[in-house]
Design a protein around this ligand. Sequence first.
Ligand code: SF4
Ligand code: SF4
Length: 457
Amino acid sequence: MADQGREGGLDAPTRHPLNQNDPKFWDESDLNKELERVYDICHGCRRCVSLCNAFPVLFDLVDESETMEVDGIDVADYGKVVDQCYLCDLCYLTKCPYVPPHEWNLDFPHVMLRAKAINFKKGDTKFRDNLITSTDMIGKLASTPVVNAMVNGGNKNRLIRSALDKTLGIHRDANLPEYTSKPARKQHAALIFDPAKAEEQEAQKEEVAEDAPRVTLFTTCYCNYNETTLADSVIKIFQHNNIHVDLATKEHCCGMPKLELGDLKTVEMLKDKNIPALYETVMAGNDIVAAIPSCVLMFKQELPLMFPDDEKVQAVAAAFHDPFKYLFKLHKKGLLNTDFKNPLGNISYHVACHQRVQGIGPKTKQVLELVEETTVKNIERCSGHDGTYGVKSETLEFANKIARPVVKQIKQQEPDYYGSDCPIAGKHIEHNLDTEQKAIHPLDLLCIAYGITDKGA
Ligand code: SF4
Ligand code: SF4
């Protein structure tokens, strides 16, 4: 009786494993049946129409079909919806009333991922998409001395950008990140966890309090090869709070770009490379943090759903934290240094989708508002960048359109600072805002508040 008249589920969403090892996962006709079922539920619901471009494309296909129902859509057009999904997970975790444990068992992003994986296996993937999701390889190459100057110079050259647009499909107006010639892991090589120095490390342990927190920074491709100062900020903040910081012995891409491409084999290969080194630090008593929400989500949620029986994956997931969640936890224990030197004023803060879906609450806002004379206004809209979506010739237009409501709110708020936990989203917003004011990452803001950097001040 209790459920009578209740349309959607009221229970907390749960998520089923991806089941990529089940032969049924790869069966295209079974996938098309599932797509038809899911599209039909969405057509009857339409709550997600403003989230991204996948839903408007689906609803246009329905409305322009002869029957004005999902059965009127040509199956060959199902992929047009899939192409617009960048797996932000917002529909699943913030809107959908039909997710498990609801009997309709609807997981829109996972069915999109399954479709992407089948496409990839069939070889329906562009050279460009394989290239721009190989963030390790590009970062290594673009940070070598001569290549570094060529890549950074080429990215700013209109003729080269025009050629890249025509030949490769990388939009001439897309904001491409600068590459460093000194990757963060090289700059901080002294912090790399070294089991060969176990005795030395034991001696170090004796010098700090027995319960002193220990954290491994998963640097991430972006902070390693692009914005290395963000890795510096994490290290400075944690050391300022008397936390022992180290880096894993080895590090590779977390796999999120390849997951979004549907290249599940490479995701598994990267998991096999990363997990042993991270597990080693977990066994040494460390927690793990990363400054990019997508990388945190990959280790915390996506890999555990792909490899539910892998104990090391699960142990790493349990130890992995968003940095602000970790700092707020420290504050709750009375261990966070709150001796701030500089107020931050009004901050417009874009909440990154991959951080929202971690279900950790507004931890960045809560930590920044510990600083006196600081007010943080959350903007809970997608920035539109979403990894490669804001780079491709055919999708940049939509990425910019999705950014508009965020840009509008920032303009109205006239903040002292604005930024996002996702630095790539921050840059995309900055590009669309088109003013002199630069985006600044909340971790950099915390450094300013502590007076341990003058970056952006
Ligand atoms: S996961 Fe994100 S991009 Fe994909 S359909 Fe849902 S809201 Fe849109
Ligand atoms: S994903 Fe869920 S909430 Fe969104 S349109 Fe489909 S059924 Fe509705």
